[in-house]
Design a protein around this ligand. Structure first.
Ligand SMILES: [Zn+2]
Ligand SMILES: [Zn+2]
Length: 371
C-alpha cells in the first residue's frame, strides 16, 4: 500500500514514523494541490482529518458530501486519495464547462422531483442524469413515452421534451415547475388524443394497412387495402378524428371510379358519432378485407418491373387500368421504364406509353421526391 501511495503521489509524504501525518501535494490534471492528512493511531481512513489549501477547498465546494462518502467507503488511504482525485477532476471539468455540467444541487433537485413523481414512471436515465424517459398510460391503457432533456440550470430553464404524438408537444414551464407537473401535462395531452388513437387502433386491427409499414402514434395517415391493387388513403385529423377524413382512392380506374362515385354520393351520410371505419364501410358500401378474412400477401402484390414490394418505402401504387391486366408498378419503376422506350411520349411531367405487361396505354407522373 505504502509503495503505491508514494508511486501515485510522490509529493505526498509521511511526516512521522507512525505514518499518521501526511503532508505535501496531490497532482490532478497537471496541477498540484497542497493537502495535509491527519490519521488516527490505528490509521483508519474513516477517522482521518483533511486540511486542504484554499484552491482545493474551492474546487471541492459543493462536493463535500461526496468526499465524505468516499472517505467512509475507502478501505485504505491509497483508494481514498484516488477517489479524491476523481472528484477533483470532475470539479475541474465543471469549472471549465460550467455551462454544460450541472452544479451539485441539480442532482438533489432531480432526485426529490423523481421521488414526488414516483420512480416507477422512470423508464430510462442516462449516466449523466440529463436525459430521462418517463412512461405514461392513457385511459385506453396505451403506453406512451415522454423524452426529457434537462438543462443544467434545471428547473430555472425549461427542459426539452419530445414524444410520439400527432400534434406538437406544447409544455408550459415556469422555474417552479416540476417533473410531476410535466408528467401531468403530458397525461392531459394524451387524454385529448384518445379518440384519435381509438379511431386508428380500430382501423389498424380490423383492416390491412399497406402504409405506413409500422404505424407510430404520430402517424395520421393510413392506406387501407380494399381489394386487389385497390386501396384508400385516409388522413385522420388528430383534433377532429371522427369527422370525414381526407380520402384518396388508389387503383385501376375501372375499380376506383365506382367507389369514388359512392363516396361522393354518400358523403352526407357520414355520422361523426360513429367510428371512421364504420362510416367508411357505409359510405363506400364495402367490407374491408381484414386479418380475420384475408392474408396480407393478397394485397402486397409486387411491382411488375423490379419484382419487389417495397422500394425505398414506396409500394407499387401505379396500376394498369386494363381490367384484365391490373398489374401494379412502383411509380419510379414505371416512369424509368416508359421514359426509356422510344415509343413513349412525354408531356410536362407525364409520360404516356404502353403497359409492360399487356401493351395497353398507360400513363405515369414523374416520381415526386419523397418528403
Ligand atoms: Zn418496382
Ligand atoms: Zn397492363
Amino acid at each position: 500500500m505504502e509503495s503505491s501511495l508514494v508511486k501515485d503521489n510522490p509529493l505526498l509524504l509521511p511526516l512521522n514514523k507512525e505514518k499518521t501525518i501526511y503532508d505535501g501535494f496531490i497532482t490532478v490534471q497537471e496541477r498540484d494541490f497542497r493537502l495535509r492528512i491527519l490519521l488516527p493511531p490505528d490509521r483508519q481512513v474513516k477517522q482521518a482529518r483533511l486540511h486542504c489549501c484554499w484552491q482545493l477547498k474551492h474546487l471541492l465546494h459543493g462536493y463535500e458530501h461526496i468526499v465524505k462518502q468516499r472517505q467512509q467507503q475507502s478501505p485504505d488511504l491509497v483508494t481514498f486519495i484516488l477517489e479524491l482525485k476523481t472528484v477533483l477532476e470532475v470539479g475541474l471539468k465543471s469549472r471549465h464547462e460550467c455551462r454544460s455540467i450541472p452544479p451539485p444541487q441539480y442532482y438533489a433537485q432531480l432526485i426529490s422531483e423523481m421521488e414526488t413523481l414516483g420512480w416507477g414512471k422512470l423508464l430510462f436515465i442516462d449516466t449523466e442524469f440529463r436525459t430521462l424517459r418517463l412512461k405514461a398510460e392513457d385511459s385506453s391503457r396505451r403506453q406512451h413515452i415522454l423524452n426529457i432533456k434537462l438543462k443544467s440550470k434545471h428547473p430555472v430553464e425549461a427542459p426539452e421534451c419530445s414524444a410520439d404524438l400527432p400534434v406538437p408537444l406544447a409544455i408550459t414551464w415556469t422555474p417552479q415547475s416540476t417533473l410531476e407537473q410535466l408528467h401531468s401535462q403530458f397525461l392531459l395531452l394524451l387524454e385529448s388524443l384518445t379518440e384519435f388513437w381509438d379511431v386508428l387502433d380500430e382501423i389498424d386491427s380490423k383492416t390491412w394497412i399497406l402504409e405506413p409499414e409500422k404505424p407510430s402514434r404520430s402517424d395520421t395517415m393510413r392506406r387501407i387495402a380494399i381489394g386487389n391493387n385497390t386501396s384508400i388513403k385516409v388522413e385522420v385529423d388528430p383534433r377532429h378524428p371522427k369527422m370525414l377524413p381526407e380520402c384518396c382512392l388508389l387503383g385501376a380506374e375501372h375499380v376506383v371510379t365506382p367507389l369514388r362515385n359512392k363516396l361522393n354520393a354518400n358523403m352526407h351520410l357520414w355520422n361523426p358519432d360513429s367510428s371512421v371505419l364504420h362510416n367508411l364501410r357505409d359510405v363506400l358500401e364495402i367490407e374491408f378485407p381484414s386479418p380475420a378474412t384475408h392474408e396480407k400477401s393478397s394485397f402486397s402484390v409486387e411491382c411488375g418491373i423490379c419484382y419487389s414490394y417495397r422500394l425505398e418505402d414506396a409500394i407499387p401504387d401505379q396500376v394498369c387500368n386494363d381490367p384484365r391486366c391490373g398489374q401494379p408498378f412502383h411509380q419510379a419503376c414505371l416512369y424509368e421504364w416508359l421514359r426509356a422506350l422510344p415509343s413513349s411520349r412525354q408531356s410536362f411531367n407525364i409520360v404516356f406509353g404502353e403497359c409492360p405487361y399487356c401493351s395497353k396505354p398507360i400513363t405515369v407522373k414523374m416520381a415526386a421526391q419523397k418528403s
